[in-house]
Design a protein around this ligand. Structure first.
Ligand code: 13P
Length: 255
């Protein structure tokens, strides 16, 4: 049995200490009471330490939104795995907003380096994959996502891979209010994401890795995704910034 995992990716929001703390103080007790599902908050770097402190008495986990693969060095503005070690349990890697050419242009190779580096610092990667609209419409989703999954997990041992979470986030569904259909998500996660892991590391690993869906998940549609057997949780953007994120997590339970 894979334990479901819901993570809130705050992106570049709630990044001031006062606003982040006000929000977390409001949601932490009810969120903490929800059992049987792992809950993760991924705030911006500017508030990670402050949020970590307020979450101390809870079993809500903390995640970072990216990191460099190097432990230290001349990398202005970057955050290293050593800086996150002991502070975060998770780190989101390869989000499409960072893979985008007009943004950070992160390559599959860079993401794989980061995955290995996270592993060696005791951080569990949440690896984002997903096709854009053009690829989706051209029927290229399967081939593209298989390539991303293979590249990200390249060189990992079975034990390391089992600690990874994969977030299948079709780019066209992110922040658009147009979520993919639960049936399509179930098929892509089962055949494409797990299929790629089977080829790389075998069936046992593929069945152990948790795979989330991300893209316009909200309090109204979360249950429809969680009802799908291949879906082990969600990576939530916009809807994780509101107090009813607690209700969203409640509705993700019991599937
Ligand atoms: P939205 O939930 O705002 O669509 O964002 C999804 C996402 O990118 C999470 O990483």
């Amino acid at each position: 049995m894979r334990q479901p995992i819901i993570a809130g990716n705050w992106k570049m929001h709630l990044g001031r200490v006062d606003e982040a703390l006000a929000f977390v103080r409001r949601i932490r007790h009810p969120l903490n009471e929800i059992e049987g599902i792992e809950r993760v908050l991924c705030p911006p770097f500017s508030v990670l330490a402050a949020v970590a402190e307020v979450l101390l008495p809870t079993n809500i986990s903390l995640g970072a939104q990216t990191m460099h693969w190097e432990e230290r060095g001349a990398h202005t503005g970057e955050i290293s795995p050593a800086m996150l070690e002991g502070l975060c349990k998770y780190v989101i890697l390869g989000h499409s907003e960072r893979r985008a050419t007009e943004s950070m242009a992160e390559s599959d190779t860079a993401i794989n380096r980061k995955v290995h580096s996270a592993m060696s610092h005791g951080l569990n990667p949440i690896i984002c994959v997903g096709e854009n609209l053009q690829q989706n419409e051209a029927g290229e989703t399967h081939a593209f996502v298989v390539k991303q999954v293979r590249a990200a997990l390249e060189g990992l041992t079975a034990e390391q891979a089992k600690k990874c979470v994969i977030a299948y986030e079709p780019i066209w569904a992110i922040g658009t209010g147009k979520a993919a259909t639960p049936a399509d998500v179930n098929r892509t996660i089962g055949l494409t994401v797990r299929g790629a892991i089977v080829e790389l590391l075998g069936e046992e690993v593929a069945q152990a890795v948790r795979v989330q869906y991300g893209g316009s998940v909200n309090v109204e549609n979360i249950a429809t995704f969680m009802a799908m057997p291949e879906v082990d949780g969600a990576l939530v953007g916009g809807a994780s910034l509101k107090p009813d994120f607690v209700e969203l997590v409640r509705r993700a339970k019991n599937f």
